[in-house]
Write a protein that binds this ligand. Sequence first.
Ligand SMILES: [Zn+2]
Length: 277
Amino acid sequence: MKPVALGDFELTAVSDGIYYLDGGAFFGVIPKVMWERKMKADGQNRVPSGLNSLVIRTGDHTVLVETGIGNKLPERMAKIYGQPAQLLENLASAGVAPEDIDIVINTHLHFDHCGWNTVRGGGSVSATFPKATYYVQEGEWRHAHENQRDGVSYFVENYDPLVESGQMKLLQGDKEIVPGISVAVFPGHTRNMQAVVVQSGGQTACYISDLIPTSAHLDLNWVMGFDLYPVETIESRKRYYARAVPEKWLTVFTHDPSIPWALVKQDENGKMTAVSF
Ligand SMILES: [Zn+2]
C-alpha cells in the first residue's frame, strides 16, 4: 500500500494480515441474503477481516494506530481466528522499525486491536515498541477488567504490563495527543472506544475503528453483533457522518480486507457509499 499525503503528514496503511470472523456476528441483525452481496462467506460461514493499522509520520513524530492481533494468541483462539502476525514485517517494508515509533494509540483493548503492543520473551512480556508512549481511554482499560459480555476478547498481557510500567497512559475523554493528532470517544462498540482524528493542511483523516469496521458497514443500521451498545453505535455514526461527509474526511477502516481507507459520500437516496481517495 502506497503512503498518501495528508497536508504535511504522511499516512501509511500497514496490515497485520487477514483473520476470519463469523459472518453472522460481523453483520449483527442484517440477514445473510443481504450481507452476502457485499462479502462472501466460506464453508464455515466465516468472512475475511483485515487488521489495518495506520502509521502517521508528522515530521516530528511517528505514530502507530492499532497493533493487530500480534503473536501471543492462545492456541484455542488462534485455531478459530487464525494468527497471521504480519505487522512487524509490513512495518519493515514501509521503512518503519519498532524503535522509530514514539506513540502508539489503541482505539480499544480487544485482542485484535492491541496484540502487538507487547511480545513475550525470556519468561516475561515487554513493549514491542520500546520508545513509544501508548495511549488508551481509562474507561476502556477498566472495562477490560470487568469480565462482561466481551470478556473473552481481553488479554491483560497486551496492556497491563505497560500500564504498570507507566509506558501506557490512560486518558479521560477527548484529547490532543500531539499537534494534529487527537482522540475522540465514540461509544457503541464499547463504552469508551476512541477514534483517532488526524489533521494537517486543512485535510482530515479519521481512524474510526470498530464504529465502522469495513466499507460494507457504512449503512447506519449495519451494526456488528459484537457491539455492546448497538443503539449508541447508530447515534455515534450519525455524529461522525455529520462532519466526515461534508468535510470530506478520509475514513480509515480497521477491518476492511481490501480497502484500508476511503471518502464517504451520501448519494441522492441518502445511502452512504465509499469513494476511493
Ligand atoms: Zn473490538
